[in-house]
Design a protein around this ligand. Sequence first.
Ligand SMILES: *Cc1c(COP(=O)(O)O)cnc(C)c1O
Length: 395
Amino acid sequence: MGMMQDYIEEAERDLLHTYNRYQVVFDHGEGVQLYDLEGKEYLDFVSGIGVFALGYGVKEYNDALKAQIDKILHTSNYYYNVPAIEAAKGIKKISGMDRVFFTNSGAEAVEGAIKAARKYAYLKDGSTDHEIIAMEHSFHGRTFGALSVTGNEKYRAPFEPMIGNIRFAKYNDIESVKALVNDKTCAVILETVQGEGGIRPADEAFLKEIRKICDERDMLLILDEIQCGMGRTGSYYAWQRYGVKPDIMTSAKALGCGVPVGAFMMTEKVGQNSLVAGDHGTTYGGNPLAGAAICSVLKLFEEKDIPGNAAKVGAYLFEKLDELAAEKADIKEHRGTGLMQCLEFDHPVADIINKALEKGLVLINAGTDIIRFLPPLVISESDVDRMTAILRECL
Ligand SMILES: *Cc1c(COP(=O)(O)O)cnc(C)c1O
């Protein structure tokens, strides 16, 4: 453990301690396998928290990035660049949305979505006291706007005051949403499938009813698809399986498959009635490298039918985790859809995750009692079998 332990000690000395990190330094990857500095092999069921959907070491993707680096990395959003134009076209095609704004991260996409919603309401009545309804147990990121709509008191408390006029409803409880709606409400923001908060898919009736309320009152529906999007639940975006289209949506994580990119998208109606020149901007967002990454991801997703694989192998994973949940009395619940699933235990799961890591399986928690399964979307049924075999040993 010599070299790896030395790096870990350096990291603990030099990096701000905002993460309780697992005691491993990953060095490289191949397919769905990760390798640490000492060459030990791991089966990856986290994909960098839903990022590396294509798996590691995909030559075509790597080559596309290298080619763009040799050409030009960055210009500015004051000029046009072809990779961003192509990326926007591709995103419009998979999402059915009309206007795209590129960001560097998920949180920034949420920030932009909130600004667009507030501006839309401001243009209607000129007032600045509009309210946004968000959900308990949600997660939208760590910047102030995104944190303000994150339904986790623990994350928000030390940093108050948040941005104002955010109200929290109970996820999948339509009456709790209706109770908060008033003339000042300009938007509802939620994850189509809650991720960090414990892998909870929205009920179809809940989502449809919110859509209806938004339509009746000209409020905007913002769906955060940063974790559940990009094929993970079996369609490009999870809302497509519900037939409930948002007015504004966010995408990140697997959108770049490793290059830090995000985006918020909107319908033409919102696009024509919200942010204009001078309202919003970014230095890096949608630069040529980011654009090239998105273009390559979209091309490979289509060629390999990544969403189709997520649906197929996701169904298999569902069966296998159901079996495990039936065997083990300490598993309270198995939830999720596609390749976004979880097991909720009646005790903390840190020991299980550490044991799995020792045995060469990478898993991640969601809160203290939940193990989350977010594998690369290219995994096969035999990878699922390998995972469940190791996990069973750890339980
Ligand atoms: C990860 C995540 C974010 C934040 O994305 P960052 O890139 O970490 O800023 C926002 N919303 C959801 C649903 C996420 O899973």
